[in-house]
Design a protein around this ligand. Structure first.
Ligand code: U5P
Length: 239
């Protein structure tokens, strides 16, 4: 496999073409942004940790029958993935109140929800990725109602598997965001990453936050949190 020109640069990752038109290389950066890139910084080792954590989680999901874009880890910062067209919707799942939902509804963080809460946000930097509903998504041409049904089902299946996975390493999966992509034959599969950048992960005993909120809220020990999640997953999955 030969790595070719950069196709895209996002806030935390770069995507490169390869000599295979169906595969791209994703490179994870240490750059961190929050609040629609109003806050910017660097987190040492973040790129390596998110590459390693996403690799462990996507391999685990593959084993559980979830189709993902992941092919293989190439090195400390890069992975080879199937090329998909990213659906411009962020699929957010919430098991507990936190973050923007806690703020919007005027409730405390950390309340366990009796139902699984799904939000969708329109991926549009200029607008700050607004919360939208299914009708807006169809209006925008981002997905059809049938595709949205499949997307919620896939997202819900992923939530069930991840709640259980994180529970095994003594972590509460508070909420997370995933991105889905369409393959050339129209199949919808999991893409992007699943890491402490995209999940809220709280230690079950201490309730310590082990995710990007440490960066967003200036709580310190950011790298340590990412390394902690990696070590717990590695000890569980790489035996
Ligand atoms: N999230 C992202 N990227 C975003 C916005 C949110 O990964 O651009 C993730 C957060 O890390 C959190 C969940 O796990 O989605 C809900 O975020 P929020 O809407 O409470 O900010």
């Amino acid at each position: 496999m030969e790595k070719k020109e950069m196709l895209y640069e996002g806030k935390a990752k770069q995507v490169f073409a390869t000599d295979n038109p169906d595969e791209v290389v994703v490179r994870f950066k240490d750059d961190a942004t929050a609040f629609n890139a109003q806050k910017k910084g660097q987190v040492d080792l973040k790129g390596e940790m998110n590459n390693a954590i996403t690799t462990l989680i996507f391999e685990y999901l593959n084993q559980k029958g979830i189709k993902t874009h992941f092919i293989k880890q190439l090195n400390e910062r890069e992975q080879l993935v199937r090329k998909v067209s990213i659906i411009p919707l962020e699929m957010v799942v919430r098991n507990y109140s936190a973050g923007s939902m806690a703020q919007r509804l005027g409730v405390e963080e950390g309340i366990k929800s009796p139902v699984t809460i799904f939000d969708i946000c329109y991926k549009k930097d200029e607008l700050g990725d607004p919360l939208i509903n299914d009708h807006h998504a169809v209006f925008l041409g981002a997905a059809t109602y049938e595709e949205l049904d499949d997307m919620y089902e896939l997202t819900s299946d992923i939530n069930d598997i991840l709640i259980d996975l994180f529970d095994k390493i003594n972590i509460i999966l508070v909420d997370f965001k995933i991105e889905l992509g369409k393959t050339s034959d129209g199949e919808i599969i999991l893409a992007d990453e699943i890491s402490p950048d995209t999940c809220r992960l709280w230690d079950k005993d201490t309730m310590k936050k082990l995710d990007k909120d440490r960066f967003r809220r200036d709580l310190g020990e950011v790298t340590e949190a990412y390394v902690e999640i990696y070590n717990r997953l590695k000890n569980l999955l790489q035996k």
